[in-house]
Design a protein around this ligand. Structure first.
Ligand code: F0G
Length: 467
């Protein structure tokens, strides 16, 4: 395979530029690893033209109202770009050379659910969940993947690659397959769910299970893209985050542009919280909303690099950890986008918290019992809300949205072990895990007789609480 040539550098068309998040260097090209050629920090996408499009203070109101009405009208359209819950908002995204040829699976368009039972549990009058697990491959990754994979394809790349804890690889493999691209997946051996791994296989990716952790996979990918023409699709790629911004845009549209008080999101590599924050700040600057919701980021105690970075280093340098959690999606020790996330927390006055393994398992069962369900990493958001309420950081009457990042079906082993009572068996969490017994609904094996089923029903009538 030949090394990348200069034509394979990622070139931006005229409406956006790459900006280094540290030294601020502006460029219309990005290297294969998406790091600043001057200082080595991460890049973000910026839109210098917005200043000149009637977006200056004073005219922002009219511009914003136009956008809202265009986005609404597109809901009646049957063009592929308008059917996508990402490309429908294309005015806030980098312009594709050909936007009607985007690789799309109708991503986005995800539901905003009310969660009355979870609200009752945490003692709030109402609580909402934006369920990104309802995307085509079952996680929020699809909203970023449609953008980044489309740019890769239209720039002429033949290969795309990612390191992943499972969801990125599932999403990348699907979008690559739809766009006629070949895909290379690097995942940590034995540390991702079978469900996610099987998606990558089914979508035809070349899948490597490396004997390392996620951080090791990502380091290797970063080296690889500098010596092979493989377009990297991790969230270091700023096009990914542009697509993921649409979670927040769609959410605000669902709230009729009245911002909620608080958005709570689980954090792993810290791309998603960064994307949500960027979207909110841009929407405020464009006059689409008048105030910023707080964005809070929740990590697992065993993968708490951002929590420690803030507490031990004041957010000035990254404190890496050896990550370990059953919420494998967020089992990440050196999050790439930590600096972007720190800035979002500062700009929106959000909090960063850590939650226990038991807290995650309990929250997951509670979200499941609501008839919604999510994967373990997503449940960290509800576990985090409980802590933020206890601390008084979130007030009970506030409007809070939990971002559920992945579908319940993403990690069936976790769910089965929880309900069978095996999740914490023999481990250090076993004693705490006993508190979860009331939430368990293990499958019951019976003889195939009416009598056996009737007895079970009668027993359940007395013991299973009605909702
Ligand atoms: N929730 C789920 C279900 C995830 O898959 C991830 C990340 C996160 C939360 C954290 O998001 O990294 O943007 O802070 N999964 C990645 C992957 C890393 O490879 O699938 P983040």
């Amino acid at each position: 395979m030949p090394p990348p040539t200069s034509t394979q550098a990622v070139v931006g068309p005229s409406d956006f530029r790459f900006r280094c998040i540290d030294c601020g260097d502006l460029s219309d090209r990005a290297s294969q690893d998406f790091h600043c050629s001057r200082c080595g920090d991460l890049l973000e996408i910026t839109y210098p033209e917005w200043k000149y499009r009637g977006v200056a203070p004073g005219s922002a109101g009219l511009f914003a109202e136009n956008l809202k009405s265009i986005w609404k009208q597109r809901r009646l359209s049957s063009l592929p770009a308008d059917l996508s819950g990402v490309w429908r908002f294309r005015e806030l995204l980098p312009t594709l050379p050909n936007d009607q040829q985007a690789i799309t699976l109708r991503e986005g368009n995800t539901p905003l659910y009310e969660m009355p039972q979870c609200a009752r549990i945490v003692g709030m009058p109402r609580l909402y969940a934006k369920h990104q697990g309802m995307n085509p491959t079952g996680s929020f990754k699809d909203t970023g993947m449609t953008v980044a994979a489309s740019f890769a394809q239209q720039a002429g790349y033949l290969w795309v690659g990612c390191a992943s804890t499972g969801n990125t690889s599932a999403s990348m493999a699907a979008y690559a397959a739809r766009g006629g691209l070949r895909s290379l997946v690097l995942v940590p051996e034995g540390k991702i769910s079978w469900s996610k791994l099987s998606q990558a296989l089914d979508y035809g990716a070349v899948t490597c299970q490396l004997r390392t952790d996620f951080d090791g996979c990502l380091r290797l990918l970063q080296e690889l893209v500098l010596c092979a023409p493989v377009y990297q699709l991790n969230s270091i790629n700023p096009f990914r985050l542009e697509g993921q911004k649409t979670l927040a845009i769609e959410l605000l549209e669902q709230f009729d542009w009245q911002p909620p008080d608080h958005i709570i999101v689980p954090g792993g590599n810290l791309g998603n919280g960064s994307a949500i924050g960027k979207a909110l700040i841009e929407m405020r600057d464009l006059g689409l909303i008048t105030r910023l919701p707080k964005v809070s980021i929740i990590q697992a105690e065993g993968a708490n690099a951002l929590v420690r970075t803030l507490r031990e280093a004041g957010g000035k340098h990254l404190v890496s950890v050896n990550a370990n959690t059953r919420a494998t999606a967020i089992r990440i020790g050196s999050p790439a986008s930590w600096k972007k996330a720190v800035r979002v927390l500062e700009a929106t006055a959000g909090a960063c918290e850590q939650v226990s393994e038991v807290g995650i398992a309990q929250a997951k069962a509670e979200i499941g019992a609501e008839g919604i369900g999510c994967e373990p990493a997503s449940a960290a958001a509800l576990a985090g809300l409980k802590k933020l309420l206890e601390q008084g950081f979130v007030k009970r009457e506030e409007i809070v949205v939990l971002v559920l990042t992945g579908n319940l079906l993403k990690d069936p082993d976790f769910t089965m072990e929880f309900h069978r009572g095996d999740l914490f068996a023999g481990g250090s969490h076993e004693a705490n895990g006993a508190a979860l017994a009331a939430l368990r609904r293990p499958p019951i094996v019976l003889d195939a007789t009416l009598d056996a089923v009737m007895k079970t029903l009668e027993h359940a009538e007395k013991t299973v609480p009605s909702r």
